[in-house]
Design a protein around this ligand. Structure first.
Ligand code: DGJ
Length: 720
């Protein structure tokens, strides 16, 4: 308390130029503002709507709000950075040194703030990239020193965000294999809550590193204050929320501390080495959760994912259709199936490789990346040629970071595997993780992709899978330096991907980890799209896709029509079409009528792909709140829109939700047409073909027309 009083009294006495030293990091709509305090430390003095009068940004906080809290000195709550100096001192103080801002282009403003310990040659730089149009700020920290020997980083967060509010509601996304991205919202209690991973790889399996915080519970899609962030990191992460209430120094405030999980990961930073934390990407809005999503989608398409503007390929995958049982002829026959559906590509999944220990199930062959001669006597090149001859692109599945003990790779290189000495080998899906901290293993993993591409340059797509986490963690390569194992693994993963992208920029890649176990922006920087879940039951998929939609754009969310679920094919098609459409189905078991409907939907998807992939998303009816769901995409000109609606009831219901559209131009007139219908089928939408103004559609809405259980429809809106 004393400290706070002291600061307030002295800041009033300070000369104007020192008080005026504000660092404003802003986008078009919001800003985060820092100012040096009387003791020379940097404080966050504002986070909120951008003010036109910058003089309005002033420190009226009753809470201490350090820009980047350090441990071992006077800040006694959870810090962002905690170190042990070379001389053993555990305290860290960071004084403000300088800052600079520069425009990278019309849209991006970069700011760097340098901080330094007054007593030690220990330096920190806070970096910010402010994307003006997207209303997104990306922040990260670099840490270095010139002390006599290593400084141990015991905690090294990417950022430290202060939210000043009496209460806070947190929405985060938990999950498990087959149940990814389930939304959960609750009021934060005093104390520390954390979403984190210790899985090593596949780290988004149980919690996605994304969240939203609101001061009120009644925030909606269109209204209310929301701060939302996501950590771009593929290794162990930890996002802490320290909620302080009636705290003498901290008042009522929430500290958000996103970063690498320091669990088993103290990092020995060498003199002059620069440690860069993962990037934390955040937004703030007073226009509700829908705006959060549109900000992230816009940012992701333009900056966050690989080749965001490249048109996505519709595809037929053979995994759920054949599993491991196929040969050259059955695959070539499947190409005909792909043609019948009208898709762009055939994707060959697991099971195509290994000879000494053939990959006929998940127990053998992983690591031996030569085509299996029995199944594919003419190799991958032949399949690519056949597909190309039929006017299809060809994609292939790999899982290059993993190995089955029953493989030639393991026989040759038992020391390339992460596994603790003196512990029994612990298999999961009968496999182990390769030691990506080892540069030779990185070469091998890069070589898997490189060899396939050199032998068959026409491969247009790879599905990169990852089907286990790291346990009994020990790298034979790192020997005594196991503390850095988790960090080095992730760095090794990125090094391989950097090489892949430098050499194969036009190769489409799908990010998969037993489904959505790796969905985050650290990895998505290298991938066009991801496989969100092995659960393709349409009822579950509606909720899973809904969860992803908060942070990830539709064009990145692969959605395949499969045999799973007893719903009609139309229902499955309508669910899949709302993201990135694909199929994983035995076409030869489908009726001509079903094939024709699938082809129609594929054609509709292609025709409306620009709206669904690049339009603005509006969530209309939540499956988390009702037994119905609806969402729509509106293109940037507001001339075209597509509405998806699903009834999730198991019997006919008596009450129905409101269906008010959003994002349309109130002054335009829209013709509404129901699409995705079997030829000759009756339309479900009772006002089909009618014309309404945007205003009517948004203010009064449509009468809910999907009365029958498990029915769905897709409406196309066109301004006339
Ligand atoms: C897990 C993936 O999620 C599936 O789609 C499939 O590729 C299998 N691995 C193959 O082993």
């Amino acid at each position: 308390m004393k400290q706070l009083l002291y600061m307030i009294i002295f800041s009033c006495l300070l000369p104007f130029n020192l008080q005026a030293q504000k660092i404003i990091i802003g986008t078009k709509a919001f800003a985060i503002v820092y100012q040096r305090d009387v003791e020379g430390h940097l404080q966050q003095i504002y986070l909120g709507k951008k003010l036109s009068d910058t003089a309005g940004y002033r420190n009226i906080n009753t809470a201490l709000s350090p820009a980047y809290a350090t441990g071992g000195s006077t800040y006694l709550n959870e810090p962002a950075l905690a170190v042990k100096h070379a001389d053993g001192n555990m305290s860290l103080v960071l004084d403000y040194v300088s800052s600079k801002t520069s425009n990278e282009n019309n849209n991006i403003v970069n700011t760097e703030i340098d901080l330094k310990d007054p007593q030690y040659p220990f330096f920190v730089t806070l970096h910010y990239r402010a994307y003006q149009t997207q209303n997104i700020i990306e922040t990260w920290t670099s840490i270095r020193h010139t002390e006599k020997s290593d400084v141990i980083l015991n905690r090294y967060a990417s950022a430290f965000i202060n939210i000043t509010s009496q209460q806070n509601y947190l929405t985060h996304f938990y999950g498990e294999y087959n149940y990814e991205m389930q939304m959960h919202k609750f009021q934060l209690a005093p104390g520390i809550f954390s979403i984190q991973s210790k899985l090593g790889v596949r780290t988004a399996c149980n919690y996605n590193p994304s969240f939203m915080v609101s001061p009120n519970n009644d925030v909606t899609e269109n209204t209310g204050e929301v701060f939302a962030g996501t950590l771009a990191y593929s290794g162990n992460f930890d996002i802490q929320f320290e909620s302080l209430q009636k705290n003498v120094d901290m008042g009522n405030s929430l500290k958000i501390i996103p970063g690498i999980n320091a669990y088993a990961s103290s990092y020995a930073l060498k003199p002059k080495e620069n440690f860069e934390t993962p990037h934390f990407i955040f937004t703030y809005t007073t226009n509700g959760e829908g705006q959060v999503s549109r900000n992230f989608h816009n940012w992701a398409i333009n900056y966050g994912i690989w080749n965001g503007h490249q048109k996505r390929q519709t595809l037929l995958n053979n995994w759920e259709a054949t599993y491991f049982t196929f040969n050259q002829d059955t695959l070539v026959n499947l190409f005909d199936g792909a043609k019948k559906l009208g898709v762009d590509m055939f994707l060959l999944d697991d099971g195509w490789f290994a000879n000494k220990y053939p990959r006929d199930n998940s127990r053998a062959g992983l690591g031996d990346w030569d085509a299996n001669k029995k199944k594919l006597p003419d190799g991958i090149g032949y399949l690519v040629k056949q597909a190309t001859a039929k006017g299809l692109n060809f994609g292939i599945w790999i899982e290059p970071e993993m190995v089955n003990p029953k493989s030639e790779l393991y026989e040759k290189h038992p020391d390339w595997v992460l596994k603790a000495p003196n512990r029994p080998e612990h298999l999961y899906r009968t496999q182990l993780v390769l030691d990506l901290t080892n540069p030779v293993v990185q070469d091998f993993v890069f070589g898997v992709i490189d060899k396939l591409m050199k032998e068959s340059p026409n491969i247009s797509y790879m599905k990169w899978d990852c089907n286990r986490s790291i346990d009994n963690a020990y790298s034979p390569y790192l020997g005594k330096d196991q503390d850095v194992m988790y960090v080095r693994y992730t760095q090794g993963f990125y090094k391989v991907l950097d090489r892949v992208r430098a050499k194969y920029p036009n190769l489409d890649m799908m990010l998969c980890a037993s489904g959505g176990g790796r969905v985050e922006y650290g990895a998505l920087k290298y991938f066009q799209e991801f496989w969100p879940s092995d659960n393709t039951y349409p009822m579950d998929r509606i909720k899973i896709q809904w969860g992803y939609s908060y942070f990830y754009p539709a064009l990145a969310i692969c959605a395949h029509v499969t045999a799973a679920g007893s719903e009609s094919l139309k229902y499955k098609l309508d669910v899949a079409m709302s993201c990135k459409l694909g199929f994983d189905i035995m076409v030869k078991k489908m009726s001509e009528r079903d094939i024709a409907l699938s082809h129609t939907v594929t054609d509709n998807y292609r025709r409306l792909q620009n709206v669904i992939n690049y339009g603005d998303l509006y969530r209309l009816v939540s499956p988390y709140k009702t037994n119905f769901a609806s969402l729509m995409y509106v293109d940037s000109t507001k001339k075209k829109a597509v509405v998806f609606a699903y009834n999730l009831e198991s019997i006919e219901a008596d009450t129905y939700p409101e269906l008010k559209m959003n994002g349309l131009d109130p002054n335009k007139k829209y013709r509404i047409t129901e699409i995705n219908l079997n030829s000759g089928a009756k339309v479900t939408f009772t006002e089909n073909g009618q014309i309404f103004s945007g205003e009517t559609l948004m203010e009064q809405g449509l009468k809910w027309y999907l009365k029958w259980a498990r029915t769905s429809s897709v409406l196309e809106l066109e301004a006339i």
